[in-house]
Write a protein that binds this ligand. Sequence first.
Ligand SMILES: Nc1ncnc2c1ncn2[C@@H]1O[C@H](COP(=O)(O)OP(=O)(O)OP(=O)(O)O)[C@@H](O)[C@H]1O
Length: 234
Amino acid sequence: MEIQFNNIVKSYNGNTVLSVENLVFSQNECIGLVGNNGAGKTTLFRLLLNLIRPTQGQVLSQGLNVADSETWKDYTSSYLDEGFLIDYLSPEEYFAFCGQLYGLDKKTIEARLQPFETLFNGEILGQKGKFIRDLSKGNQKKVGIAAAMLPQLPVLILDEPFANLDPSSQARLKKLFKDLREERNTLMLISSHELNHVTEMCDRIVVVEKGHIVRDMPNTETVLQELETYFSVI
Ligand SMILES: Nc1ncnc2c1ncn2[C@@H]1O[C@H](COP(=O)(O)OP(=O)(O)OP(=O)(O)O)[C@@H](O)[C@H]1O
């Protein structure tokens, strides 16, 4: 799997919010995208998922422009925000809906949700009469992440997966991500404001600042300190 940002510019009313000359994400990499509010992280994800079109340039997934080809949808799953959910469904119904898209039967869906049991903490499944709209923000996020991980596709994109989660849930989610990476080859792209989470689980850190990639580095022992210094002084 390879995703490439090729001379990308995204502007709104002449105001450039993202400008990326060349950025490549490759097979099996776990990339942590960090940056302050408004840096351009979500914009980068939205371009990659063809939710918005670049003003200039192309995002290529396996060499094909995501704006022209549908092929990337076969191997890419994502959860950016609650807009991905269907509020009037129960979590079970939503998982069934998402599973069916990928041809998963009921048993397989149940089996694949099993590892999420501790993360769900008895608050997601089996809640009679509770729909997604009735869940807390954190629990809605858990539903969205689990649904994105359900089809076990080679590319997984998650925007701020740790935000709104309590500390135990964050630790449980990290464990799920680590297990996923040990079990299968996945190109994982996650954004986070929480530097310690990304440095704990990613092998490459990309820093976005005011629409530009200002750092792109392998995760080494000194990276967390470097990032903390960087974010405390900019
Ligand atoms: N539809 C739009 N019209 C105008 N400006 C936009 C639009 N969408 C995004 N922007 C701007 O693009 C910039 C980047 O936003 P983006 O959501 O990508 O940041 P982010 O790094 O994800 O921030 P956060 O950490 O706060 O989620 C921001 O200045 C935002 O206001």
